[in-house]
Design a protein around this ligand. Structure first.
Ligand code: ATP
Length: 330
């Protein structure tokens, strides 16, 4: 990361445990020899407390100018009129596909979550007596997320379309569009009600391969999946659009454990690996993933996984494995 590389990566460390896990991800990227220019962008609650603004137009422009974004976590300012900054970034950069792989010793599935529509439309109002939020589902939005899911499912087993079309008209459009896309792409598919999916995620998660669903369902099922895998701290994600991409662990800023040096950095490291794959460096991505696996197997585990390693211990273990391999290979 000498800055000589032609790629520019915006680094948004953010709030809470965000800076701690981003530091770990950067250490791992450095160890693997990733060469890109770092563009630090301060966004989030700390920034809001300091300046009254969580993100400026210039920040947004800086994010758009970079090849991609490595993101930690941010907290939304405690102001009822403030809309989520991360949602704004996802919308402004049109990061429509949230791809969340879940892997453990005996589980391997991917949740593909639509990231720009559904109940996160931002079209809502509230007074003392009544509140309403508009759930927007479009054919175009459903088709492009279904295409993304089919890209992944094509080299795997099957696609499961998760919905609540027995109650929601909007999900009838989502289901029909996903079914038509899978059929056209020749991808084996099934569909499942979201409540049944929540149950199956706990009782029989191995039945899943690639899941595609709407925004809120994907958000909730992802945290459930993280629990099934063992910890939120293990899980990575990519937010992909047509021209931009943002990589972040799926956890939030976890203010309850911030500053204690016990945050699990694995989700952030795995997000960095997803970023390198997106930047067309698959070998670096695979090396990070392998070192993370080996580090976990060797017992480098933070308290959320029942271990007593600190964030820096896990980072040191994974970086050591990567540097050791470098030496052996040279
Ligand atoms: P936010 O409001 O930013 O979403 P949050 O605290 O509501 O933050 P998460 O950050 O997703 O939600 O965290 C939920 C809980 O999971 C935290 O209270 C924390 O104990 C745990 N957790 C999340 N991330 C990690 C991590 N990387 N390592 C260990 N524990 C974590």
């Amino acid at each position: 990361m000498s800055g000589r590389g032609s790629k520019k990566v915006a680094i948004v460390a953010g709030d809470g445990i965000g800076p701690e896990v981003v530091e770990s991800a950067l250490a791992v990227l450095e160890a693997v020899g990733a060469d890109f220019e770092r563009v630090p962008v301060e966004i989030g609650l700390v920034r809001w407390k300091r300046t009254g603004l969580a993100m400026s137009e210039e920040d947004l422009a800086a994010l758009k100018e970079c090849d991609c974004i490595l993101f930690g976590a941010i907290s939304t300012p405690p102001d009822p009129n403030y809309k989520s900054v991360l949602l704004r970034i996802r919308k402004e950069l049109d990061l429509y596909a949230n791809i969340r792989p879940f892997q453990s010793q005996n589980l391997d599935f991917i949740i593909v979550r639509e990231n720009t529509e559904g109940l996160y439309s931002g079209i809502e109002e509230m007074d003392a007596e009544r509140a309403q939020t508009m759930r927007i589902i479009t054919r175009r939005g459903s088709e492009r997320i279904a295409e993304k899911a089919c890209d992944l499912a094509a080299s795997r087993q099957k696609l499961t379309i998760i919905h609540k079309s027995n109650v929601l008209k909007s999900d009838r459009l989502f289901l029909r569009t996903c079914q038509a896309t899978a059929k056209r792409r020749g991808v084996p598919y099934e569909d499942m009600l979201v409540d049944a999916a929540a149950y199956n995620m706990v009782t029989n998660p191995r039945r899943f391969d690639v899941l595609v669903t709407t925004n809120l369902f994907g958000d909730i099922l992802s945290d459930e999946a993280a629990g099934v895998i063992g910890s939120l701290g293990l899980c990575a994600s990519a937010n992909i659009g047509t021209d931009h991409a943002l990589f972040e662990p799926i956890h939030g800023s976890a203010p309850d454990i911030a500053g204690k040096s016990i945050a699990n950095p694995i989700g952030a490291m795995r997000s960095a690996a997803m970023m390198m794959r997106w930047l067309d460096e698959p070998e670096m991505a695979s090396r990070i993933e392998a070192a993370v696996q080996e580090g976990l197997a060797s017992g480098a585990r933070t308290p959320d996984l029942g271990g007593n390693s600190r964030t820096v211990d896990v980072t040191r273990a994974v970086v050591g494995l990567l540097r050791g391999r470098d030496t052996n290979w040279s």
